[in-house]
Write a protein that binds this ligand. Sequence first.
Ligand code: ADP
Ligand code: ZN
Length: 721
Amino acid sequence: MNRVRCLVLNAALGPLDYRVPDGMEVEPGSVVECPLGPRTVIGIVWEAERLPGTEVPAEKLRPLRDVLPVPPLSAPLRRLIEWTADYYVASMAGVARMALSSGGALKGPATMTEYRLTGGMPERLTPQRLAAMEALEGEQANIRELAGLAGVSEGVLRGLVNQGVLEPVEVDCDRPYDEARPDFAHVELSPEQAEASATLAEAVRKAEFTPFLLDGVTGSGKTETYFEPVAEALRMGRQVLVLLPEIALTENFLHRFEERFGAAPVLWHSSLKSTERRRAYRAVASGSAQVVVGARSALFLPFRMLGLIVVDEAHEVSFKQEDGVRYNARDVAVMRAHFEKVPVVLASATPALESLQMAESGIYTKIDLPSRFGGAELPAIDTIDLTQEKPPHGMWLAQRLVDGIEERLARGEQSLLFLNRRGYAPLTLCRNCGFRFQCPNCSAWLVEHRFSRRLACHHCGHETPSPNACPECGEPDCLVACGPGVERIADEVAERLPDARVFVATSDTLNSPGKAAEFIALVEAGEIDVIVGTQLVTKGFHFPELTLVGVVDADLGLEGGDLRAGERTYQQVAQVAGRAGRGSKPGEVLIQTRHPEASVIAALAAGDRDAFYSAETEGRRHAGAPPFGRWAAIIISSEDDAEAREAANRLGAFRPQVDDCQILGPAPAPMALLRGRYRYRFLINARRSVQLQDVIRGWLRQVDHPPGVRVAVDVDPYSFV
Ligand code: ADP
Ligand code: ZN
């Protein structure tokens, strides 16, 4: 071959043809350096017939510059990139970039320099230096990463290097990982677990595409069950990918994995250090990384010899990526398994309706684990009607719930209160003039965080110190907090039960694996009586002494009114309820609500999952919503409101007329301003028979926009803001 077509990592460019210089060996999938004007861009050699482009005469072709020293992207991964771009109406370059997400891994030296504290002191100890030195205790990373950790400029750290306070360390980026051994520890499975895991292991041996829905109640031992097929893949010398929704909270998983396989798995997530990224990426590509545990971005890693994919807590919303290429990792995982010809296991106690429907129609094989491991009972669930059992004035917990916590305290057991709201109060207003604190960049109120004495926007991260006086009327001490967040609930518990040791568990307090591990240790040591937490505490934790779960406000999730509000509420409450009574002591769940008659709440209270799912299924069928019909959103945004509105109207004028396909909008999005961008939205609802992506692509192609306008397509949207 002396000419090749390349996919270059630049969304604005189509495929480009190049000449292969004499002596250079390339094949489809090779990662190459392509000349582009005076610059060099990374490209991937692709099958020319799959990337239509204009044929350039041979004499005009420029030669490739170089082939990078990484294995070529495999054909299944190339097919996955094509499929993802096609299905989510994204550019192939954008998807390919996710597969080459580790620039440092592609080239560069195999050793890198990191820095760590020496224990020495600088000549002049400024407050900034002191703070940096405190923050970097026990850390080792490159200067840029350390600067990020310490919150100081790189210049400050270079100064510390010059003074010998930080010292360089050479790191071998390609050192091998410890070997995971399939038969390191033996686990006695219950008969139903054993049957399930035998079915999965058999599928691994067959090495065919087989999608499974592992539908097991909370505490049934889904993890132990899928560890056996993981072991089977290892015995065959194949690699395994396990996707977890919240990579910060994998402590418990890592611990169990090590006990079972005698070594830690390879981690992959967005906050890996560059040396770790390189090491993991290259080990995945060479095949020496046996089991990769990662966040959704791990889906596009260049596995050499995949044998199994597991998506744990597969119903989790965080598998949906909400910026860049808007894909659903659960669905892309199934497609990757399809192209790799391997089984995929979606594990959940509360599967997404779409997944259940796939099982119903025979496309997925459903495996049930209907009871908890070790004979633990599922907790008893009861509702508290807040219109009848009103909490005391200015408080949020009904007396019955507080009594329940008090009983647990007396018995030395633990309680968990769930409220999916970080901070102290979701809205702050002035009693004097009515002023409300709003984010300058978003259509959202600022949330008071009392621990850190700040008002913060949960959408863009904007923060301001909590003022004492109203910025509008100048009146001092007139600001009132409206509504509860977890911090306020924690205060209430402390006030009503002064002996209780309360811990607030949110992404603010458990923002690193280390903090999460500390928290787990405290609970396990019985040093916490009441956990007040957000959705972070709904999954994964296994605390045998936790016997009471209180849902502070079950109606909260139903308010937004989006398509999946009912399903999400069901999943969250069922998951958090699943934290109760996992040991030998029975659990109790109390759900506070103003609408005990709502079908979701009633189904939860009755423990009737089937009733919930069948009502939800009928509702969706009626509304033409997924999985019976399809939705897509198109968001037009700009920093200039008029520009965004005009662009949306211009696009609206070209709206296609297609049977069985309804296009609503443009209308200001519910979050009309987000991170400084004004947003207008189209919603498309179509029958399954419609080639939705073709319709969208054909439509968008007809209109050009000024450079300040962004057009985002969201196929199968989860968020309707
Ligand atoms: P799930 O993910 O289904 O909620 P887990 O996998 O977390 O359940 O299992 C619940 C608890 O039961 C864990 O502490 C786990 O270690 C334990 N467990 C499950 N199966 C077994 C088994 N076969 N042998 C020993 N312990 C088990
Ligand atoms: Zn904001």
